[in-house]
Design a protein around this ligand. Structure first.
Ligand code: AHM
Ligand code: MG
Length: 336
């Protein structure tokens, strides 16, 4: 029988054999995974653990926080603060950066996260997740400031998410493909269940919040309209639509069987580039998708090439099966 490979062994082999990661990065990923196990337990308890419902506060973006948003945020902060692998953290739920206390040794990495993605699905028992991104603190940085986090996504050294669905799965890239680990609750460890995930280049499935149709820009309208015409339209085949409303769940489906996910700019708030956040939603997901052979763009530019200008910056997101993303890019170029 082939022995199962758990997350620790996978990371040790990455560090030892291929030198793909440092010991500090290995520790960081293990600590994030441990925190996700605790969040998964809280999610599973639901009403029994008194974790459902609103927290009664708003985040810096004016969104009402749920109890679980704050619980997940605290779990990630506490787990990561003392290990010596981090210089600072930043989160969707915190206004500014969180430098590691001077009581602890300072590591060379920066961790960003959306502690609980899909908050509107918490109370209705629909799949949610945690998204994370890892950057290196620039050399000779001195005191950590927000500007140190403003690095293009192409500079991420690791990214991933944990999806809390019928199974809890950790999906990870350290820049050498994408691996999926399933939480074995009896052993208490994440076991490798899929390696070298590949997104099929073509698809007949799209994922978008259709209720915003009237607000979209012409290239997005054109693309979706052609999908809806199915066999009778220019695409010559029928399309299917899936929309969970948790980015983690929608992107996970695309990694597993292909598809295209869109949360585009729309004219409700023309000055906002989109709804999703660049640093801890769009960038880590784009890194994973590219590592699995897919593509990710804001319509005009590869997402991983965008130079961020602020911590909570938003971004238009189109990602998934390569051929569909390229078609959407073409429609954007033609309409410009
Ligand atoms: P959150 O991080 O506060 O949960 O917000 C992000 C979520 C995404 O998971 C999802 O794709 C999107 O918001 C859905 O938003 P809406 O229901 O407004 O279309
Ligand atoms: Mg989110």
């Amino acid at each position: 029988m082939t022995p199962s490979v758990n997350l620790t062994r996978y990371l040790v082999e990455k560090e030892r054999g291929q030198g793909a990661i440092t010991a500090q990065l290995r520790l960081l990923i293990e600590v994030v995974a441990r925190a996700c196990k605790r969040i998964s337990l809280a999610v599973n308890k639901g009403a029994l653990g008194d974790v459902l419902g609103a927290a009664g506060s708003d985040n810096v973006q004016g969104e009402a926080q749920k109890k679980l948003d704050l619980i997940a945020n605290d779990v990630l902060l506490e787990a990561n603060e003392w290990g010596g692998h981090l210089a600072a953290m930043a989160s969707e739920e915190m206004d500014t950066v969180f430098p590691v206390s001077e009581r602890y040794p300072r590591g060379e990495y920066l961790l960003l996260f959306d502690p609980l993605d899909g908050s509107s699905n918490i109370d209705v028992d629909v799949t949610i997740g945690t998204i994370f991104s890892v950057l290196q603190l620039p050399e000779n940085a001195g005191e950590v400031r927000e500007e140190h986090f403003l690095q293009a996504g192409a500079r991420q050294v690791a990214a991933g998410y944990c999806v809390y669905g019928p199974q809890t799965q950790l999906v990870l890239t350290v820049g050498q493909g994408v691996a999926v680990f399933t939480l074995d609750r009896e052993q208490g460890s994440f076991v490798l269940t899929q390696n070298n995930v590949q997104i099929p280049p073509s698809t007949s499935e799209f994922s978008i919040n259709m209720s915003n149709l009237r607000h979209w820009a012409p290239p997005v309208k054109r693309y979706i309209d052609e999908c809806l015409q199915g066999k009778d339209g220019p695409r010559g085949r029928d399309f299917n639509m899936r929309w969970v409303g948790s980015m983690v769940a929608d992107v996970h489906r695309i990694l597993m069987r292909g598809g295209v996910f869109l949360y585009p700019w729309d004219q409700r708030e023309p000055n906002k580039p989109g709804k999703l956040r660049l640093l801890y939603e769009a960038n880590p997901m784009s890194f994973l998708v590219e590592q699995a052979g897919g593509a990710a763009t804001n319509g005009k530019q590869r997402i991983l090439d965008i130079t961020p200008t602020s911590l909570h910056e938003r971004c238009s997101v189109i990602l998934g099966s390569r051929e569909e993303v390229e078609l959407l890019q073409r429609y954007h170029a033609e309409s410009a």
